[in-house]
Design a protein around this ligand. Structure first.
Ligand code: GDP
Length: 699
């Protein structure tokens, strides 16, 4: 498809409405992927233009200039210099914001100097009246040597005209704006002589940026034309100055602003939202409301997904012929898919709120507010949202790191987020706290059990911040820090942008991480449902003969058989094999099985113990709790779940990466297995050591 359609590249500073223009042009015909080898998001969409012409629209990462300072910007430069790239644009659309035209035009003049047909898209035209802005379009078109589309992607006007304009791309001048030799006549003249067939500005980019797509011998350039770093920087600054001189000159005639019209609602609001005290208060209130709603609203669809898949399982079991395949479907595949889909409500709600905060312009204020504090720990102001979303679930939280531009800050955020206490830890904490922490009050008001739970939350958060600090010190990744350069205007969120964002994020999760989660659940199912040797195979007879003629209710008998089977399954054998390694932590092989099987998801821990202890009757938590409380170590006669082993388990679950889905999403977001595996080894290793120390001290 790519070869016959024309290629259109969308380029622009962040917050100029590039994504909105992209959404207007392509609707849901979008493919989101990554650029090879790096984690910058690559978005391509498809658009039908007039006269039956079709276009591939490439949404390039937001960038301020072609003087690269981040991987995002490199993506833009590499594409624009590489004629052989199959996405090399036939026409470039530089998207600008009518309120920030002067700054936005810098990038426009640079793109224009690459001598490809370039259309200037001036967006947010709906704001012009409000801000008292008038434009002299014919004058601007003449002096910027381009065609202009004045649009509002919010109101949808100008889009049809823009499409018409794209069709005529061949007639658009590709003359440069700035003659590169004005930067330094002597230097550029000699450059021109040495490479008469090359575009001067491209040569200049090859020299100043670490890119070379002109098929030139790099050495050749480096030999005679590389200058010292400071000389290059000086020339680059001169380039910027020359460009702004040119832009100012053009805008003097082309743009008029009647300042008496502009209202100052924005600065008043800013003063409150970024206030040293009120700013934080408002932010935490908003967060509180958001997370309450995520929990509240997700509960209903999550329960629905849960029960639907449970009944699907039963249905499959009852209606398909008994056998291994049916078991695979009813106990492996269906719960596995359910285990993926169950995340959708939380992901969707979280991204609904995040998109609204971002779209409205509020998120930039939060980043501004939090940046200074978070940077001390190697995080970014934008890490606040993932870290806090982690209390619901690490999966959407890790996906929410996408808007952190600096790769190092983003990676650190991804790596430490799973430490925050997610909701899947709650059932584990709840039952163990109930078992080993006395239900007493301290200081008359504080309930000890509640206090323990709160300490566990703080512990997770503290550990996340601490590891971020350490990672920041030891990781050798270079990455320029992005300062918050601007605060966009407050705007009402656009429904289309929010909806597309939520759909894209959900799709990315289901198709990306979902596959891995499904695979792991099937493997764990297999390990728990099969076992070597006779004991597993003849479980039923063995149990029958053990209980001899005592008449047990069917339910209790089934539970006993299931428990015996689990004990002798592969997972059971694994649990017993690791017993020597976990007994110094105060756990027996039964807990070992629960730890291994809860790797699919932490909350499985309680369920697995329930099966092993073959709790009679329903899955009532009380009975599990009583059974657990009654468990005795046959060698010592002590209780298995005592204070020492309980604390050890709590700490283990607080720190260990007991979650296959987190591994899957980290793999997806970092594009490599290196980071999730490192995360697993570190978190679980650390959990082991802490649990070991705790048990040894307390026992
Ligand atoms: P990007 O960062 O360049 O991709 O910009 P987005 O498309 O995310 O838009 C940034 C902000 O500008 C969002 O709050 C949009 O709702 C808003 N926006 C986009 N287009 C328009 C427009 O035409 N008019 C107005 N008033 N706001 C817009």
């Amino acid at each position: 498809m790519i070869n016959t359609n024309i290629n259109v590249a969308l380029i622009g500073n962040p917050n100029t409405g590039k994504t909105s223009v992209f959404n207007q042009l392509t609707g849901l015909n979008q493919q989101v992927g990554n650029y090879p080898g790096i984690t910058v998001e690559k978005k391509i969409g498809f658009c039908k233009l007039p006269h039956n012409i079709k276009a591939n629209i490439l949404d390039l990462p937001g960038t301020y200039s072609l003087n690269a300072s981040s991987i995002d910007e490199n993506v833009v430069i590499e594409l624009m210099l590489n004629k052989n790239d199959k996405l090399y644009p036939d026409v470039a659309l530089v998207v600008t914001d009518v309120e920030n035209l002067k700054r936005n035009l810098l990038l426009f003049t640079q793109i224009k100097d690459l001598e490809i047909p370039t259309i200037l898209v001036i967006n947010m035209a709906d704001r012009m009246e409000h801000k008292g802005i008038t434009l002299n379009i014919p004058y601007l078109e003449e002096h910027l040597k381009t065609k202009i589309a004045l649009i509002s992607s919010r109101k949808g006007f100008g889009i049809t005209e823009l499409k018409e304009l794209i069709v005529t791309y061949k007639t658009i001048s590709s003359e440069p704006c700035l003659n590169a030799s004005v930067i330094d006549t002597e230097y550029f003249n000699s450059l021109r002589k040495a490479f008469p067939n090359q575009l001067l500005y491209k040569l200049w980019l090859v020299i100043t940026q670490d890119v070379n797509f002109l098929n030139l011998e790099r050495k050749e350039i480096q030999g005679s034309f590389t200058k010292s770093h400071s000389d290059l920087k000086r020339l680059q600054q001169k380039e910027t100055i020359k460009r702004y001189q040119f832009i100012n000159e053009v805008l003097k005639e082309g743009l008029k602003v009647d300042t008496t019209v502009a209202k100052d609602f924005r600065s008043k609001l800013d003063r409150v939202l970024t206030h040293k005290v009120w700013g934080y208060v408002i932010f935490f209130v908003i967060l509180f409301v958001i997370f309450q709603s995520i929990f509240e609203w997700s509960k209903i669809p999550m329960d629905f997904i849960d029960s639907t898949f449970a009944s699907l399982s039963t249905l499959a079991n009852d209606s398909l012929p008994a056998g291994a395949l049916t078991n695979l479907i009813s106990q492996g595949i269906i719960p596995g898919i359910g285990g993926i889909l169950i995340f959708i409500p939380q992901i969707a709600f979280l991204f609904l709120f995040i998109s609204i905060l971002e779209e409205s312009g509020y998120m930039s204020r939060v980043v501004f507010l939090m940046d200074k504090i978070m940077r001390k720990f190697g995080l970014s102001g934008k890490s606040v949202v993932p870290l806090i979303s982690g209390t619901a679930c690490a999966i959407p939280a890790i996906m929410a790191t996408r808007n952190i531009e600096n790769w190092k800050e983003r990676l650190i955020t991804i790596l430490v987020t799973p430490f925050t206490t997610c909701s899947a830890r709650l059932p584990v904490y709840a039952i163990i706290i109930a078992l080993v922490i006395p239900d007493e009050r301290v200081l008359g008001i504080l309930n000890l059990q509640g206090l323990t739970l709160m300490l566990l939350y703080l512990l997770g958060f503290g550990m996340a911040i601490l590891s971020a600090y350490v990672l920041n010190k030891i990781m050798k990744i270079k990455g320029k820090t992005f300062f918050v350069v601007e605060m966009p205007n407050y705007k009402l969120p656009m429904f289309k942008n929010v909806a597309i964002n939520v759909i894209e994020k959900t799709k990315a999760f289901v198709y990306g991480a979902g596959k891995i989660i499904l695979a792991i659940s099937i493997i764990l199912w297999f390990l728990a449902s099969y076992g070597p040797g006779k004991k597993f195979k003849n479980a039923e007879q063995i149990i029958q003969s053990k209980i001899e003629n005592t008449a047990l209710p069917q339910q209790e008998l089934d539970n006993k058989i299931a428990s015996y089977k689990l004990e002798n399954s592969y997972i059971g054998i694994m649990g017993k094999t690791i017993e020597p390694a976990i007994s110094p932590l105060g756990y027996d092989w039964k807990i070992g099985i629960a730890i291994i099987s809860s790797f699919a998801a932490r909350e499985v821990f309680v369920g697995t113990l329930a099966t092993i202890y073959s709790v009679g009757g329903s899955d009532n938590e009380d009975t599990i709790k009583n059974k657990m409380a009654a468990e005795i170590n046959p060698e010592t006669g002590d209780k298995i779940f005592n204070f020492a082993s309980g604390i050890s388990l709590l700490l283990f679950y607080a720190f260990a990466l007991q979650c296959a889905s987190t591994l899957a999403i980290t793999k997806k977001e970092t594009n490599s297995w290196k980071w999730p595996v490192g995360q697993l080894i570190f978190m679980s290793g650390f959990a082991y050591v802490v649990a070991l120390i705790a048990y040894q001290i307390l026992k």
